[in-house]
Ligand binder design. Structure first.
Ligand SMILES: Cc1cc2nc3c(=O)[nH]c(=O)nc-3n(C[C@H](O)[C@H](O)[C@H](O)COP(=O)(O)O)c2cc1C
Length: 203
């Protein structure tokens, strides 16, 4: 299965080849994989920024532990959770009903369930959905043999300021993508064996 061999091909790339850019066709495929991410209730309470401007990338690197993957990448995907969940919910039900009030009424039971859930959840809940999207993006990159690195090592307040993000977008994680630099010397993978990770019940 190519997918599995590509998952072992990928690694958290520390430096990209600045002369190589991800094609717009491949970028669209990665964004489509993100778009297809499953989310709780299907709400999709998230938003993604694609940053390519070298000066902005350099500024983001300076507030991200100075990690060179950011300044050298082809594209930086900044993955945000929305904190305006009721608004996100309205947009979702509008999309589902296509603006048809009869369809919207037929969804009332489902909508009430989401309405009662949202006030009882925490902002972390929306961020969890973003991490699922991160997994889809990393897997899509691997399948296309595009290098990537999930990044949590950054100052979210500073990055928010650099990108002038709206107050309803909270950055959860970032992914620089591109092609590994020839100086890269990836460490061999350390993964626990299946006997440690999995307990089979019922065999
Ligand atoms: C949520 C998350 C955040 C991470 N943040 C960083 C980071 O800021 N910088 C970095 O170099 N690697 C980061 N990593 C990469 C991990 O260190 C790496 O995936 C792990 O060591 C396994 O190595 P591999 O991905 O090369 O197989 C992060 C990974 C995840 C999943």
């Amino acid at each position: 299965m190519t997918f599995l061999s590509n998952l072992s091909w990928r690694y958290a790339t520390k430096k990209f080849d600045v002369s190589r850019k991800v094609s717009s066709e491949n970028l669209e495929q990665i964004l489509e994989a993100i778009r297809m991410t499953p989310t709780s209730f299907g709400l999709q309470a998230y938003h993604f920024y694609i940053v390519t401007n070298p000066e902005i990338l350099a500024k983001i690197q300076s507030v991200s532990w100075n990690q060179p993957q950011i300044g050298t990448c082809s594209h930086l995907i900044v993955m945000c959770a929305r904190n305006d969940l009721m608004q996100a919910k309205d947009e979702y039900f509008d999309a589902m009903s296509g603006g048809n009030s009869e369809v919207r009424t037929s969804l009332a039971g489902f909508e009430q369930m989401v309405d009662s859930f949202i006030p009882r959840t925490s902002p972390e809940w929306a961020k969890k959905q973003v991490y699922i999207a991160q997994g889809f993006a990393l897997a899509a990159c691997a399948e296309l043999q595009i290098d990537s690195c999930p990044i949590e090592g950054f100052d979210p307040v500073a990055v928010t300021e650099i990108l002038s993000l709206p107050t309803n977008h909270d950055i959860a994680v970032m992914i620089p993508i591109g092609y590994r630099d020839s100086s890269e010397n990836p460490r061999s993978k350390v993964r626990f064996p299946k006997e440690v990770l999995f307990t089979r019940i019922g065999e």
